[in-house]
Design a protein around this ligand. Sequence first.
Ligand SMILES: Nc1ncnc2c1ncn2[C@@H]1O[C@H](COP(=O)(O)OP(=O)(O)OP(=O)(O)O)[C@@H](O)[C@H]1O
Ligand SMILES: [Mg+2]
Length: 254
Amino acid sequence: MALLEAIGIAKSFGGIHALSELSLRVEAGEAVGLVGPNGAGKTTLFNCLNGVERPDTGTVIFAGHRIDGLPIHRRARLGIGRTFQRLELFSGLTVRDHLLVAERVRRGGGRMRVWRDLLDMGGPTAQEQAGVDRTLDLLGLVPVAETVVDALTLGQGRLVELGRALAGEPLLLMLDEPSSGLDTSEASELAGVLNKVRHDSGTAILLVEHDMDMVHQVVSRLYVLDLGHLIAEGDIDKVLADPKVRSAYLGQEV
Ligand SMILES: Nc1ncnc2c1ncn2[C@@H]1O[C@H](COP(=O)(O)OP(=O)(O)OP(=O)(O)O)[C@@H](O)[C@H]1O
Ligand SMILES: [Mg+2]
């Protein structure tokens, strides 16, 4: 059984068919790429998979559960971690604060826990601290753990975003253009971190990315979207040699 199986996903916004009957699967521990020109529907598909949007039709099965009717936090607790195209960090909070909040949200803790937090009686638990320390170590963020995020480089900020998505040890990590704004060497370093995460934790990766070097470094299988349709899928080198794919990318380097 696949870790993630999306079948017949369609989503329209007014008259725009952002996604047309799209199906996709990711095996446990697999790294899969999702590429396509601007407006192809990549972010919309991510939104339908993690619960930001409800698809108009289609089924999403994750780790044996049908999830397409579940809210975002329930999908997150089942093991879907996600980063966003735009960096969303909280000014004035440290790197450690960001990761702690993510740990708590991801692991949940029931109604009593929420009340304790509201009454400000709930400091970090040993389990939360341990989770945060593991993530800081994995991402090489230990030296900046107590630094406020405003003082970080963009590359470090992207790692914090990745760390938040890794809270609670997800089974699947969905990344929406993680190399955006990074230079070549930072993007390559980030690819190395993703490979390490997958290797060490067995986390499956679904990567949306325009930087083909990075895609090559991380994934072996690729889906190509164009105007809401899946136009190719399979082994990365075979797919990129496909004339349909080359013409969808006309004017762009593949
Ligand atoms: N909330 C929305 N309301 C209306 N139209 C939307 C909405 N979200 C996406 N769209 C449209 O759906 C289509 C797919 O957009 P989407 O953001 O999924 O593309 P993308 O592949 O992520 O593009 P990019 O590479 O630029 O991030 C586009 O035509 C977009 O304008
Ligand atoms: Mg997008």
